[in-house]
Design a protein around this ligand. Structure first.
Ligand SMILES: [Fe+2]
Ligand SMILES: [Fe+2]
Length: 499
């Protein structure tokens, strides 16, 4: 369960092996990117045009640019294979990197061709896109890789390059936790503001004429919003092109108006409320250990979507009705219960849920045992006759921090709900019991959660459940009962007034 920290020193042989793997798996993409980038940099380098064709100077200049671009790309590839193995081994992520970095050079060439002031820098757009699709480290690394050779381009002011990189840092930081589409706009404004201040401060070092200095600061301020507009326009196309799920897709899926969530609310209201609670528990825990809180929340919303097929077989939906399991055998009950995972996967396919969200459906139960019906079957048939395998979920087990958190939050929420009047000690004891059970059964053996993460998750669950049970959680039957009482009270009160 412990993960090997990526910062451990790596033997040179292992690094070469990793790099060789990266070059073998995506060598053509790297080679093509290098060739296109070199051509674009040569076009961007205006001095290249000034040199007469096929002179020694031209050839040396071309080879120098190609060498520099190749060197920088190789350094970036070494970084990816060493520190970002997940991205380095994913074709769609490498494809996205190539499209964004080469697209940036093409846009820069276009802005020069149509005569947009050079102080308007699209560099922050690269950082924003890479941060939204990948992570902040690759965003900074990728921007540096593409911006470093620009230092050779004579028509670009050194200050615009520096300010572009500083703006990128602000942009990447601003989009680290997007909650809505407007966050990209806000990130653009902050970036523009930072670049304008930077330009106003550093202006006198590069520009000696006050009017030109002020104008440069003004154009720098435009860079942020311009980058945000570019990012907002490109984002949906890049999502479709690469199939990578961004925070925006997750935000759309979190909308209660989504067809699957509406179905869950209408057909299985108890499960709907359970999913919301699991989402709240999981989101806070993810925040605590540095996992993705939005992915956890959305994954929790959809984890039990398969229960919409036979909602009344699940205790949280049995409002004032007898258990549907009373008249069927434990074996059949177990089959019905475990089927909600299979049916959930089918619904996810039908409604095209992205893979990172659909993964929560089978992984929230992993390969766990349907203990209650297994024990009933053992009582009825004897332990010799009953195989555990028939009472287990098919898996796979959680393989990310996020799916691991939802597995724990799901078990904890379901257990605490059954306690009539839980006292604080009882809540914590039950959380620890559920978490330890999952660990002992090996359900978290593929999840990259450390023991420290687990302890923080427990503390976070404990804090939230204490808050919730301070005012007892009410389930649909209790809620309906309370609402009905309130309505009667209201009618009585209104009736009293009218009389
Ligand atoms: Fe479930
Ligand atoms: Fe659940």
């Amino acid at each position: 369960m412990e993960t090997v920290p990526s910062a451990l020193p790596m033997q040179p042989g292992a690094l070469v092996r990793q790099l060789k793997l990266l070059l073998m798996s995506s060598g053509w993409l790297g080679g093509l990117s290098w060739a296109i980038a070199t051509i674009l940099y040569l076009f961007l380098n205006s001095s290249w045009f000034a040199i007469s064709p096929m002179s020694w100077q031209t050839i040396v200049s071309e080879v120098a640019v190609a060498g520099l671009v190749g060197g920088v790309l190789l350094m970036f590839a070494v970084y990816l294979s060493r520190y970002e193995p997940e991205i380095a081994s994913s074709a769609r992520h490498l494809y996205l990197l190539a499209v964004v970095l080469l697209g940036f050079l093409a846009i820069l060439l276009l802005t020069r061709t149509i005569g947009i002031p050079t102080a308007i820098s699209p560099i922050p757009a690269v950082g924003m896109l890479l941060a939204l699709f990948l992570n902040w480290r690759v965003a900074i690394g990728g921007t540096l890789a593409v911006a470093l050779p620009l230092d050779l381009v004579p028509w670009l002011e050194p200050s615009s390059l520096l300010l572009g990189l500083a703006g990128t840092c602000v942009a990447v930081y601003s989009v680290r936790r997007v909650r809505e589409r407007m966050d990209v706009g806000r990130a653009g404004i902050w970036t523009g503001l930072a670049m304008a201040i930077g330009s106003a401060i550093t202006g006198p070092l590069f520009i000696y004429e006050p009017r030109a200095w002020m104008l440069s600061a003004l154009w720098s301020a435009v860079s942020g919003p311009a980058s945000a507009i570019l990012v907002s326009g490109l984002l949906p196309y890049l999502e479709r092109l690469t199939g990578i799920t961004t925070a925006f897709t997750l935000l759309e899926l979190a909308n209660p108006g989504q067809p699957l969530l509406r179905q869950l609310l209408l057909k299985a209201p108890g499960t709907y409320h359970h999913s919301i609670l699991v989402g709240n528990l999981g989101e806070a825990a993810a925040d605590e250990i540095g996992a993705d809180p939005l992915l956890v929340r959305v994954g929790a919303y959809y984890h039990d979507i398969g229960k919409t097929k036979r909602p009344y077989f699940f205790i949280e939906n049995q409002i004032g009705i007898d258990s549907q399991h009373d008249n069927i055998s434990p074996r059949l009950s177990s089959l019905v219960i475990t089927a909600h995972v299979r049916e959930g996967i089918e619904l996810a396919r039908q409604y095209r849920l992205p893979k990172p969200v659909a993964d929560f459906i089978p992984m929230h139960h992993g390969c766990s045992l349907v203990t209650y019906f297994y024990q009933q079957a053992v009582q009825a048939e004897g332990s010799q006759e009953v195989s555990e395998e028939h009472f287990r979920y098919a898996g796979p087990r959680p393989n990310t921090k996020e799916t691991g958190i939802v597995m724990l939050a799901d078990g904890v929420e379901a257990t605490i709900r059954t306690l009539t009047k839980p006292v604080p000690e009882q809540i914590e004891a039950n959380i620890r019991r559920i978490v330890n059970k999952r660990i002992d059964e090996g359900e978290l053996s593929n999840a990259p959660l450390t023991l420290q993460d687990i302890e923080r998750i427990i503390q976070s669950f404990n804090r939230i459940l204490h808050g919730l049970y301070h005012q007892r959680i009410e389930y649909p039957d209790q809620l309906l009962e309370r609402e009905e009482k309130a309505r009667k009270e209201e009618r009585r009160r209104l009736g009293g007034i009218s009389r």
